[in-house]
Design a protein around this ligand. Structure first.
Ligand SMILES: [Zn+2]
Length: 245
């Protein structure tokens, strides 16, 4: 007698990917997390990845990978069956400041990217940053930080957490062009005095520089880049906490 057809179809995912996390599990396996071009955030188990370096030697962050993941509906995690380097970013991995900036952007991505489907804008942003860091010969640390800050601000925008920097988030009054503004990261951007703005002061030049960093039209934030990066971190903190409650 034929067995009833209870076997559910396996699905196979083949896609370009970035490694955003790897965690040892059991004696020899790894659980890996990828940000993929076609399916967004995806987890998989890489069997025996810690026993043999050869099979999954490409499992490094920052390079563009191509992976194959087989999934079955009865298992929560798919199985990584192949991973290779599609586009190594060797220039990036030879400079510490570039590696740090790329690593930080991947951590932001891990925190901000929703699960459950492709995120073309995030995919574009993160790969554009990594490619530019890869070809950054002659770029100084300020330029690297400016690039990272702009990417971070755009990542926020692409995940629905855009910081409003051109008008008050409460009353939509445009920010004064020549005077200071109050940035309230928890409120989502600039809050004018009439709306009881509380937070940190941004000079007119700093606010304009942040807007320019979002549009990618500046290569230097003149020492303001670190603070811009800190603003991105705090915005992610606010949303991380908000989601937890
Ligand atoms: Zn207002």
């Amino acid at each position: 007698m034929a067995r009833p057809a209870t076997r559910l179809a396996q699905t196979r995912l083949e896609t370009a990917a970035l490694l955003v996390g790897r965690y040892p599990v059991g004696e020899a396996d790894l659980i890996v997390r990828f940000f993929t071009e076609t399916s967004g955030m995806v987890g998989a188990i890489a069997r025996n990845a810690r026993r043999s370096d050869k099979r999954f030697s490409a499992l490094e962050p920052l390079h563009l990978l191509r992976v194959r993941i087989d999934s079955s509906p009865v298992r929560e995690l798919g199985t990584l069956t192949e991973a290779h380097l599609e586009r190594p970013r060797l220039g990036l991995t030879t400079r510490l400041s570039a590696m740090e900036a790329g690593g930080r952007a991947l951590r932001w991505l891990r925190r901000a990217a929703p699960t459950g489907g492709a995120e073309p804008q995030l995919w574009y942003e993160i790969n554009m940053l990594l490619d530019r860091l890869d070809h950054m010969s002659g770029m100084d640390d300020d330029a690297v930080e400016t690039l990272l800050a702009g990417t971070g601000l755009r990542l926020l925008g692409a995940t629905g957490w855009r910081l409003e920097l051109e008008q008050c988030v409460r009353c939509a009054k445009p920010c004064p062009e020549r005077s200071r503004s109050i940035l309230d990261v928890a409120a989502g951007g600039i809050v004018c005095r009439d709306c009881g703005g509380r937070g940190e002061v941004l000079s007119a030049a700093e606010r304009v520089a942040l807007v320019a960093a979002i549009t990618g039209t500046v290569t230097s934030l003149d020492g303001f880049a670190r603070r811009a990066i800190d603003i991105v971190e705090r915005a992610l903190d606010v949303h991380g906490r908000g989601e937890a409650t």
